[in-house]
Structures are given as C-alpha cells and as structure tokens.
Design a protein around this ligand. Structure first.
Ligand code: NAD
Length: 483
C-alpha cells in the first residue's frame, strides 16, 4: 500500500492532548487498495483507561457549564463541519467507499446534528407539578449521566459519531469515543474539529484500536456510566450482558432486515425507485437498507423486470468517479462474506435474477454488481442481515399476507410500503412492528432531527437523535420541597 500527501496521521485525543498509540495501524481505500488513507494510533487497555480517567476527571467541570457555553461549543463544531463538508466528504469517500455525493451529504448531516444539539442545550428544561400533599412542591429535572462511552460502526463514520457525541456534550456529559477500525481517519477528523472548540481538557476523548481491547475496556470500566453502541447484533449482545452485569445505562442500535412492501395499487415507477435506492445505494451497507422486497403477486413479475432493468443501468465503480452510483464494498472480508451469501442463496434454491459478480475497474477495489434474488420467506437470504448490495423479492398474495411477511423477522428497525391506498398505508403504519415506517419512500434515508431506532432484535434502550436523545444522555431527578 502506498502513502501519499493525502495520508492522514491520526493520533488519539486524550485529556486535551494528541497522543501516539501503543501500536499503529493502517486504513485503506476500498476503491483503490494500493492507497493508505491513514496511519493511526492503536491503544491498549491501559491507554484506554487513561482516556476514561480523563473523562471522569473532566465531568464535574463540564456538567456545571452553562447551557450557553455548551451551545456555543456545539455550534462552533457544527459550523466548521458544514464549512468543510466537501473536504470531509472526500476523506469519507476515500476511507469508507461511499460515493462522493453520498459522503458529502453525510458530512453535512453531521454538521446539522451539532447545530441541532446546540439549540437543544438551551432548551433542556424540566417540569413542575402540583404535589398531592398540601404545601409541597414537586419538580422534575434532568441531569447529565456522567462519562459516556460511544462505540461506532464503519458505515456512517461521521454521522453516527456526530449523533452520539453532540447530545452527549449538549446535556453535560464527558465522552470517550471509539470509532470502528476501518474508519479511524474519519473519527480523527471529527476529533480534530472538536479539539478546536475550547472544551475543558478530558471532556472529549478519542481512542482508536480493536473492539476486543479498546471497546471492551470502555464497556467494562466502572468509571463509564453509560454506553451507546451502534454495530452488529453479536457485538451488541455481548455489550448488553457486560453492561447489565455492572448496571451501566446502555443503548444499542444493531442490525436490520427491512421490508419494503409493494402493493398492486402502487405507482410502480416510484416503488422501483424506492427499492433500488433503499436496497443498493451506499452499496447496501445501511442498517436501514430494504433487503426484503415484498411484492403483491399481481405486480410481482412486472416489478422484478423493472428493478432488473434499473440495476443493469447502475454504474459500479470508484467512489470518487463522477457518475458512479454504487461504490465498493468496504473491505475484503465484507466482499467475501457477500460472495458467500450469493452461494448460500443459490444453494438454498433462491432464483437468481441479476448481478453479484465481482467487477474489475481501473483501480483494484472491492467492486461487485448489485444482486437480486427471488426467494422464499424461509430462505436464510431472506431472514439474516447481509449488509451488502444484495436484496431478495418475496411474493405476497394480498396486503394481509404482505404485512405478515414484513413482520416475520427477528429484526424491527424500519419498514416501508408503496401504495396509493390510504386504508392500507394507515393500517401498515400502525401494525408494522418496527421503530420507523415509510410510505412511498425508501426505508433508508432519514431526517436528523427526529428519533431513530427500532424494536425487537434491532435496538435496545432509548431512541437516538432528536429531542428523544435526552432520554439516554440525561438522568431524571424528582425533587420534593416544603416551603
Ligand atoms: P461491529 O459490531 O463489528 O463493530 C461496531 C463497533 O463495535 C466497532 O467500533 C468495533 O470495534 C466495536 N467492538 C467490536 N467488539 C467489541 C467489544 N467486544 N466490545 C466493545 N466494542 C466492540 O459492527 P460493524 O461491522 O462496524 O457495523 C456493521 C453493523 O452495524 C451492521 O450489523 C449494521 O446493521 C449495524 N448498524 C446499525 C445501525 C443502527 O442504527 N441500527 C446503524 C449502522 C450500522
């Protein structure tokens, strides 16, 4: 792998200082495997403990700052991110492989999230209620939780850290942030901007390295009061058990197998748009991806033909190349996993409709064409999260059957329906067992100022984003007083 002028040197940020790691690692570019994107510091258990200790020491001071101070800090961070969104987007596209427009959009979203929570810092209020006892006053206030450990995945390397860090700081908590190993440069770039916002030393800390060492140290530390994790179900479950054992507050956002229902009365062009966008953009590497396309029998064949036609027209290639619709898969491991899924699909009898080939381009990258199968509800390819550009179509007899199929999953993040029937849309919104519903919209692509999260195996604990984030990042206190 080659280093260049663009190679970042990403160090930890601990107690207000940039620190080298105990060891070093490299992150690469999935569109061009010859390029080194970052040389980054990796911590061990004791270096991670230094960051946690710094956050614990900083908490009393930061938790006492005025809302105005916190709002100013967050506003400054948000402004810098927005002003530099093109440059940050470029870094993101190089390190994670999203297309450049998608990556710039994600950077802008991260900036807006900080701006939103700048406002929330000023709006955090309480309640006063009359007591049932004469002469007694009751008030309900929210206090910061303490030190929060934030553990993020690779697929939204700016937006997901932003939607954890911004509310954590807005409500007066101190932070230890661990980005995923595939995207340290994005985590570092965010920390670099945060470091200029005049936070007291130790209020925000970045530590990079492995999940098993750095992540697990954060999860197990008695000094960490709350843990917010986004990632796979397997890791989430491990974190839940460790956190529960020591009674830490915990919030988990995990996988999805999201259905998009297409009824016979749908605008079929719109339904095809929703399916292609939701299932394949960002290379299908979204927890909100529409990986199950549940289509009413009467329009099933026409829908499959149109989706196939659209997939054939999509351009797969280097994330920075103009006109590319689908960038590379994030790394070799994920590509191999996707290819293994294609074999599983064929072996269990799913009908292959399109794609799934590895694709050669001018640079060596992890490129594959989007794949579509017609599957049965019992097939693994229709039940388990793949996290790649692979979707399956399931045939439904009628609306009731489609709803039953949509809910027949251990996951419950989001669900969409394409229909012109007010009756069916209304019923679906009420009866889909998920945290988010979409009508005539792709399942992926959500606003930054409203709650995000799911049910069943997808999520655990309070919602992220919007003002609902206060549930996790604050602790409620009820005060009684006799005048
Ligand atoms: P992952 O679980 O492998 O890793 C996520 C993070 O956890 C990384 O930072 C990793 O280093 C860390 N980690 C790993 N082991 C750990 C341990 N023992 N203790 C503490 N931390 C540990 O997930 P990933 O591959 O980075 O991301 C893909 C997954 O994320 C998919 O399943 C996807 O659905 C999910 N995801 C969910 C949402 C959502 O909001 N629901 C959003 C994006 C991604």
């Amino acid at each position: 792998m080659k280093r260049s002028d663009l190679t970042q040197h990403a160090r930890h940020y601990i107690n207000g200082r940039w620190e080298t790691g105990v060891t070093a690692g490299l992150s690469g570019n999935p569109s061009d495997t010859s390029e080194v994107v970052a040389e980054y510091a990796r911590a061990d258990r004791s270096q991670t403990e230094l960051a946690i200790r710094a956050a614990a020491d900083a908490f009393p001071q930061w938790s006492q700052t005025t809302p105005q101070r916190r709002a100013d800090v967050l506003d400054q961070i948000g402004s810098e991110i927005l002003a530099r969104k093109d440059e940050l987007g470029l870094l993101l596209a190089r390190e994670e492989g999203k297309t450049l427009p998608e990556a710039i959009g994600e950077a802008a979203r991260a900036g807006h999230i900080f701006k939103f929570f700048a406002g929330e810092a000023l709006r955090a209020g309480g309640e006063t209620l009359p007591s049932v006892r004469p002469g007694v006053q009751v008030d309900i206030t929210r206090e910061p939780v303490g030190v929060v450990g934030l553990i993020a995945p690779w697929n939204f390397p700016l937006a997901i850290p932003a939607w954890k860090i911004a509310p954590a700081l807005a409500y007066g908590n101190s932070v230890v942030f661990k980005p995923a190993e595939l995207v340290p440069a994005c985590g570092w770039a965010l920390a670099d901007i945060i470091s200029r916002a005049a936070l007291p030393a130790g209020t925000f800390n970045l530590v990079m390295g492995s999940g098993r060492e750095v992540g697990q140290t954060i999860v197990d530390s008695p000094l960490v009061d709350a843990l917010s994790f986004t990632g796979s179900v397997a890791t989430g479950e491990r974190i839940l058990h460790s956190a529960a054992a020591r009674r830490a507050k915990v919030q988990l956002e995990m996988g999805g197998k999201n259905p998009l229902v297409v009824l016979e009365d749908a605008d079929l062009d719109r339904a095809v748009d929703c399916a292609v966008q939701g299932a394949y953009f960002s290379t299908g590497q979204r927890c909100t991806a529409s990986s199950r396309l549940i289509v009413q029998a009467s329009v099933h064949d026409a829908f499959v033909v149109r989706v196939r036609h659209r997939l054939a027209a999509l351009r797969v290639g280097h994330a920075l190349e103009h006109g590319v619709d689908i960038g590379p898969v994030v790394d070799r491991g994920q590509l191999e996993q996707n290819l293994a899924w294609l074999k599983i699909a064929r072996d269990e009898g799913a009908e292959h409709v399109f794609g799934g080939e590895t694709v050669q381009r001018a640079t060596a990258g992890y490129f594959m064409s989007p794949a579509l199968f017609i599957a049965k509800p019992s097939h693994r390819v229709a039940r388990e999260e793949i996290f790649g550009p692979i979707a399956c179509v399931l045939r439904a007899d009628d609306y009731e059957h489609a709803l039953a199929l949509a809910n027949d999953t251990p996951f419950g993040l989001c669900a969409g329906i394409c229909t012109t029937s007010l009756k069916h849309a209304t019923h679906f919104r009420r009866h889909a067992k998920v945290g988010m519903t979409m009508v005539n919209l792709p399942t992926a692509g959500v606003d930054f100022h409203v709650p995000f999260g799911g049910r069943k195996g997808s999520s655990y604990g309070p919602r992220e984003q919007g003002r609902y984030a206060a549930e996790f990042y604050t602790s409620v206190k009820t005060g009684y007083m006799m005048a």
